[in-house]
Design a protein around this ligand. Structure first.
Ligand code: NAD
Ligand code: ZN
Length: 246
């Protein structure tokens, strides 16, 4: 099956890789929906609740720093490296990711080829003026004062630079993702349950536009029935074979 994916990549003029939490589990970051995962114990806080109360913001930051303990040391795995190689050879035009862990960047893929649909959890941003704040600064102040951070410049609310449930999708990224999707003739969805919309809409758009759709995921996904090829297997070994990594 990975042989077929390799052939289709060779035939493709321009491919897009779309990734979800599953590509990062081999780096030690738990995914969202597998049973017993970190996130079932510490559910994310909705955007409206975050805005509504100081208490919620403090709680959100407490959970964020708790979860970060398992995430900070994570490094790109074989799956990330295989994707980086496919980008490097020019076959893959863009990596559209739902992940917030920065591991595609850390694998060496140039930032302009990565489209982050759900933001990035390795820094924070002011919700009013957009100014970037480093987590180390936030953490230091949070630990010293016990208060959720406000913007150094404008006093606005500072939030991890991720897109929470209930928060608007980033417009520029959505547009870039759509352009990349419409321009590809092969779309490979990796490590996503394909349950979260609008992100999961991109494989559907690709397929409707005439691209081949490949899904690589350990478990069945919502979109297996429309895919041209479904590979139910582990990501690292499968992609490692496809990209011929040693
Ligand atoms: P998901 O948890 O819904 O689905 C992940 C899928 O990957 C599952 O179906 C699982 O069976 C599969 N999987 C896990 N490890 C695998 C492996 N080694 N090989 C093959 N398959 C494997 O994830 P999602 O669809 O990305 O949606 C979750 C949302 O939560 C995303 O929007 C994302 O923003 C966020 N999230 C991000 C991270 C991260 O940045 N690493 C981690 C957890 C959640
Ligand atoms: Zn600000």
């Amino acid at each position: 099956m990975s042989g077929e994916l390799r052939e289709w990549l060779a035939e493709a003029r321009r491919a897009v890789v779309f990734t979800g939490a599953g590509i990062s589990t081999e780096s030690g970051i738990p995914d969202f929906r597998s049973p017993g995962g970190l996130w079932t114990k510490m559910s994310p806080i909705d955007f409206d609740d975050f805005l509504r109360s100081e208490d919620m913001r403090r709680e959100a930051w407490r959970r964020k720093f708790e979860i970060d303990k398992t995430i900070v040391s994570a490094e790109p795995n074989k799956g990330h490296m295989a994707v980086a190689k496919l980008v490097d050879t020019g076959k893959v035009s863009h990596v559209i990711t739902q992940n917030i862990d920065n591991l595609h960047q850390n694998s060496g893929i140039p930032a302009e080829k990565i489209i982050e649909l759900h933001g990035n959890g390795t820094y924070a941003k002011c919700l009013d003026c957009g100014l970037r704040h480093e987590l180390a600064w936030v953490k230091m102040n949070f630990e010293a004062s016990g208060e959720a951070p406000t913007c150094r410049e404008c006093g606005g609310i500072v939030k991890s630079a991720t897109i929470s449930f209930g928060q608007a999708m980033p417009e520029a990224e959505m547009r870039r993702a759509e352009e990349a999707t419409l321009a590809c003739d092969l779309f490979v969805a990796i490590g996503s349950s394909l349950k979260v919309f609008p992100a999961a809409g991109f494989p559907i758009i690709a397929k409707r536009n005439g691209a081949r759709l490949v899904i690589l995921n350990r478990e069945p996904t919502e979109l297996d029935r429309i895919a041209d090829l479904v590979i139910h297997d582990e990501i690292g070994p499968t992609l490692g074979a496809v990209a011929m990594l040693n």
